[in-house]
Design a protein around this ligand. Structure first.
Ligand code: NDP
Length: 286
């Protein structure tokens, strides 16, 4: 009898546990990944909207293990952060046209055993800068992966993007793609409507994205300065403020790319404005 009751109790526990297992599991893959705000953002939205899913994080060391890891963990979808966005592109069976064009994927959803790849960083960034009106010319400081996706979407939207980068090599593909490009040695300052830090300078150190003499020449001529880094005031934004310029960090970009990824994850079950208030709460935490 006791044995039977224990067994029933165990069964109930197992049944309750099983019924609490979310229907869909999502994750962020990256290296490092511990700092990511994405699990908090997505879990707040799942809970707030009553969608039966949860979102976790996974430290992926080898990019070429992405697909195998995805299926072995039984995931429905993932976001991908540094340094695996190109590996994510290669892992997909079906690519959305924009992700295919730029070769960078930060969102994957599994449908009937196939991996569908998207880039939500670029449209997220585009939305984040839409508050700045009357903008035509933009100077990018940096030419890495984030600059690659965002420069492409900005050009598609009619902005003129110029790239200024520390090393020459990274600029080659932009040059071949018809962008105006400069290194610190070849650059002559002129007026740009926006100046945007697309580098990781200031993320974990106190460095500026370009020599101070160059920044002191371009910042006074611009309307506003933007940084894609979030969660801290970078030396670049501090310098912009010292020139009395309006500034914006990367928080909205992070939030908006997450909302767009959530739309893909839930197969457009919710729209942007429904997701926004839930996901935005993640930014109330430090
Ligand atoms: P990459 O590694 O692809 O590129 C890094 C770029 O930064 C290169 O152009 C590199 O120049 C430049 N750089 C790095 N350190 C310095 C320095 N000390 N001085 C000058 N230039 C420097 O990085 P990503 O493009 O993937 O990421 C760039 C930033 O964007 C990161 O800080 C990341 O956190 C942020 N990000 C923010 C997002 C958001 O949602 N807010 C989303 C995605 C990224 P060089 O060629 O000379 O090495």
């Amino acid at each position: 009898m006791t044995m039977g009751m224990i067994m029933i109790g165990e069964w109930r526990l197992i049944r309750n546990t099983i019924s609490n297992i979310p229907k869909e599991i999502f994750a962020i893959f990256g290296n490092p990944v511990s700092h990511s705000k994405s699990p908090l953002m997505h879990n707040l939205a799942f809970a707030g909207l009553g969608y039966d899913a949860c979102y976790t994080r996974h430290l992926l060391v080898e990019g070429n293990a992405l697909k195998e890891t995805f299926f072995s963990l039984g995931l429905k979808g993932i976001n991908i952060t540094v340094p695996h966005k190109e590996a994510a592109f290669n892992a997909c069976d079906i690519l959305d046209p924009f992700a295919k064009k730029i070769g960078v994927v930060n969102t994957i959803v599994a449908r009937e055993g196939k991996l569908y790849g998207y880039n939500t960083d670029a449209p997220g960034f585009l939305k984040a800068i839409s508050e700045f009106t009357g903008v035509k010319t933009i100077l990018f400081l940096g030419a890495g992966g984030t600059a690659q996706s965002t420069s492409s979407i900005l050009r598609d939207e009619g902005y003129e993007v110029t790239l200024l980068n520390r090393s020459k090599d990274r600029l080659e593909k932009y040059k071949m793609d018809g962008f105006e490009t400069y290194t610190f040695e070849t650059f002559n300052a002129k007026a740009y409507d926006l100046v945007i830090n697309m580098t990781s300078a200031g993320l974990e150190d106190d460095s500026l994205p370009a020599p101070k003499s160059i920044l002191d020449a371009v910042i006074p001529q611009t309307k506003a300065c933007i940084d894609v880094i979030y969660g801290k005031e970078t030396p670049f934004l501090k310098l912009a403020k010292s020139h009395q310029k309006s500034t914006k960090d990367g928080s909205d970009m992070l939030l908006y790319q997450g909302i767009i990824a959530f739309e893909h994850f839930t197969n457009y079950h919710y729209d942007f404005n429904e997701i926004y208030p839930h996901m935005k709460k993640a930014f109330d935490f430090n």
